[in-house]
Design a protein. Structure first.
Length: 383
């Protein structure tokens, strides 16, 4: 009989897919993050037991809320699934007839107000329950008066995005919450990728968000398909009733018992970690990468840790005016198609690459540094 490792190796061989060294950060397209050992152990334990799922979700939500220090919590199948549940809750609340009607929202308050500067690609998930957007402001600017003027009897809630790329001239969360709550409306917040700092787990609820979605599969390092939905007790209960395992628009977003146990174990470990020591270790790792490529002609490399763009230290590679090689996308492609395959990330509109340490496993750091150096040297020489 094959061991579990042997089974995995056998399946990988049958698939014929080459794994990658994930040096580009915890993104879904490249497999998310490394589940913690505690995550996998808790999931294996859960796999051997059976529960009444709504009972388990209520208990898990209470425990997670206590661990984090927020009024209420529940588990979703990823942060994106949390956005769907947020929108469904805003429209249907705890009305069983409305919950079963979605995505048919005819005759219901089904509009979600969103600032144009909060468009981020994934906002379309808010539309799954049959809602529609009311856009306000401009890409780089929106006023509280514009936000308030958009509210009508058809408004179900106001969306708020937390991101490092937002203009400072948009309406901030506390002001958004003041406007929404004065009209009895919820603030629906997407904070999928803004950990660390760990303080953000409580910050957005404290600033007035009624429902806040976080990924459980990025820096928390639960299973990739897990998520946290935090907020006040009333709105989290609405979310739970609109979510699987109940019948409704989010029924397909099931959360397994294994994901619940794994997320709790991962969050336990995440909260127990020393954030300053974690940052220092990442900085040391990334300095090794920078030291390997600092003398490549036309390249500027340095370790950067400047939240909110780089929430942990990264090795950032800037292509200077004197760079004679191909652009960043070609360098990224060569790294990913080489041997071994190394994935590094591009960010924003500048001509740069960055190496993220979070998913680099033991023994891989030197390989990443060597491969980045090799590819850059070859590219600088016109090869």
């Amino acid at each position: 009989m094959e061991t579990s490792t042997g089974i995995g190796e056998s399946i990988l061989e049958r698939l014929g897919v080459k794994p990658i060294i994930q040096a580009g950060g915890p993104n879904t397209m490249h497999s998310g993050s490394r589940p913690r050992p505690e995550t996998l152990e808790a999931m294996e334990f859960a796999s051997r037991h059976f529960f009444q799922m709504d009972e388990l979700l209520v208990a898990a939500g209470g425990l997670l809320a206590d661990m984090i220090g927020v009024p209420a919590a529940t588990v979703t199948s990823g942060a994106g699934a949390g956005l769907v549940v947020q929108a469904a809750s805003a429209v249907a609340k705890d009305d069983p007839d409305k919950i079963l009607r979605l995505p048919d929202t005819a005759g219901l308050a089904n509009e979600l107000i969103i600032q144009r500067g909060h468009s981020f690609g994934y906002e379309r998930l808010y539309l799954v329950p049959g809602t529609r957007f009311v856009w306000v402001g401009e890409e780089k600017r929106c006023t509280a008066e514009q936000l308030e003027a958009a509210i009508t009897s058809a408004t179900a809630g106001i969306i708020h995005l937390e991101s490092g790329n937002l203009s400072p001239h948009l309406v901030p969360l506390p002001e958004t919450a003041r406007i929404a709550h004065a009209r009895g409306l919820p603030v629906l917040c997407d904070a999928a990728s803004v950990l660390p700092p760990r303080a953000n787990l409580t910050r957005f609820v404290r600033e007035g968000a009624d429902l806040v979605s976080f990924s459980g599969g990025k820096t928390i390092r639960g299973i990739q398909s897990s998520g946290l939905l935090l907020g006040n007790k009333q709105w989290v209960e609405y979310a739970r009733l609109n979510n699987a395992p109940h019948t409704g628009v989010a029924r397909g977003q099931k959360v397994s018992k294994e994901e619940i146990f794994g997320l709790i174990a991962a969050l336990d470990a995440f909260l127990a970690e020393d954030e300053a020591a974690e940052t220092a270790a990442y900085r040391k790792q990334m300095q090794l990468v920078v030291d390997q490529i600092a003398e490549v002609p036309g390249i500027l490399a340095r370790v950067e840790h400047n939240p909110p763009n780089h929430r942990i230290p990264h090795a950032v590679v800037y292509f200077q005016p004197g760079w004679k090689g191909p652009r960043r996308s070609e360098v990224q492609r060569r790294l990913l198609e080489g041997e071994p395959r190394v994935y590094v990330q591009t960010i924003g509109i500048k001509d740069e690459l960055y190496v993220d340490p979070m998913n680099i496993q033991q023994g891989e750091l030197e390989t990443v540094a060597r491969r980045v150096r090799e590819v850059l040297l070859q590219a600088s020489a016109g090869r």
